[in-house]
Design a protein around this ligand. Sequence first.
Ligand code: OMD
Ligand code: FE2
Length: 457
Amino acid sequence: MFKYNSGFDSEFQTEALPNALPPFGNNPQVCPYNLYAEQLSGTAFTVPRKENRRTWMYRTQPSVLHNPFEEVEGGSLSHGPFTRSNGYQISPNQLRWNPLPLPSCSETFVSGLTTIAGEGDPKCKSGLAVHMYTCNRSMINEAMYNSDGDYLIVPETGTLIVQTELGYLEVPPKFICVIPRGIVFKVNVEGGCRGYVLEVFKGHFDLPDLGPIGSNGLANARDFEYPVAAYDEVENVEGKTKEEKYNWKLINKFGGLMFSTERCGTPFNVVAWHGNYSPYRYNLEKFCCINSVTFDHPDPSIYTVLTCKGDDVGTATADFVIFPERWMVMENTFRPPWYHRNCMSEFMGMIWGKYDAKEGFQAGGASLHSCMTPHGPDYKTFKGASECELKPHKFDKGLAFMFETNVILNISEKALAAEHRDVNYFKCWEGIPNAFQGKEEKEGGEGGENKKRKIGP
Ligand SMILES: O=C(O)Cc1cc(O)ccc1O
Ligand SMILES: [Fe+2]
């Protein structure tokens, strides 16, 4: 339906009307079509050139035309600092949630956002938040921008039509989109929608380095799609009062709180733009998976789609990782995820189908295994994967993902107390027997062959 340009992190130029971009330079004395030039900076002016992101927009009116913002009740999205007094707790427990029910009353993407967890402070540009949304209504004459960071949106049910200042993105399940800090957007939907949002308060998402993998593979740069310029029809405001002209609601998430105001006409009035700071979408089915073809289950970092680098080299503020359809061919290997404890925290969601490590992890549900919280396959999965014949096998039963972060997340009390929380989750590991056979009975003896284990009584 919509057109796109492609290429991660590229410098694009796009015009909804011919020759709407200045032929050279960014801010000529008078712009083509008498448009207003406006720069949006996504990095400090002075960061190194290869990290520098900014976009020049040529719009029918500049963004300044709005009334003063006032703080509003942010509902479940407004998170303020992630403190106990503000309704956040920490927990070293294994946590899991069943799917959030789709809304029974009218909700937009923004009103239907609810913060699940977070750490850090958007005012200091550090940390992240994890949100979920359910919605069933398009935003009409209503738009939002986030001063706090970049949104990475993962739909699970329903297609989002994301209208942004820079053009449209269609984002069905199995696609993701990123809306960088400051970009004004609205979301149109048809029917019930549900999904996940990762918000990073510092930096931007990058493709991970590939090291010895080489110059291709995982998420390929050419598969990232960027909007082409599109603007709303200009309204005839002749004879209208100021109130009638200021007919759009503009919401701003700012320092963890929500603010709202009225703005003069549509904010989607950019006729042309050029630059490298833009929202984009990516089809997760284009992910080129790298996996073991000999033995052993590799670390899940091989499935990293996008990473938001942290302060320490190789340690992300947040990675977006998927567990896509793939062939499992490893020999003499327990193929599902191993039991493990991780210094990073793992928030997981399910886009469709089933997860290969557990029963009961449902599409639209979520789990959180925080820093050093033990987790891994439930006993049934362990037993099955330890005893099955190891033939080449295509895992094609579902698509899970992980937001993996360096921080310990504070969890919203609302999410902890929610009815859809699976408080019996920890029981999925109950009954794992002690299968140790004792020194005398050990098969193979010292240095013996790595024999197939016998499981259970
Ligand atoms: O915990 C999980 O299910 C996610 C995960 C998957 C995997 O293949 C290896 C490690 C890991 O944390
Ligand atoms: Fe894990």
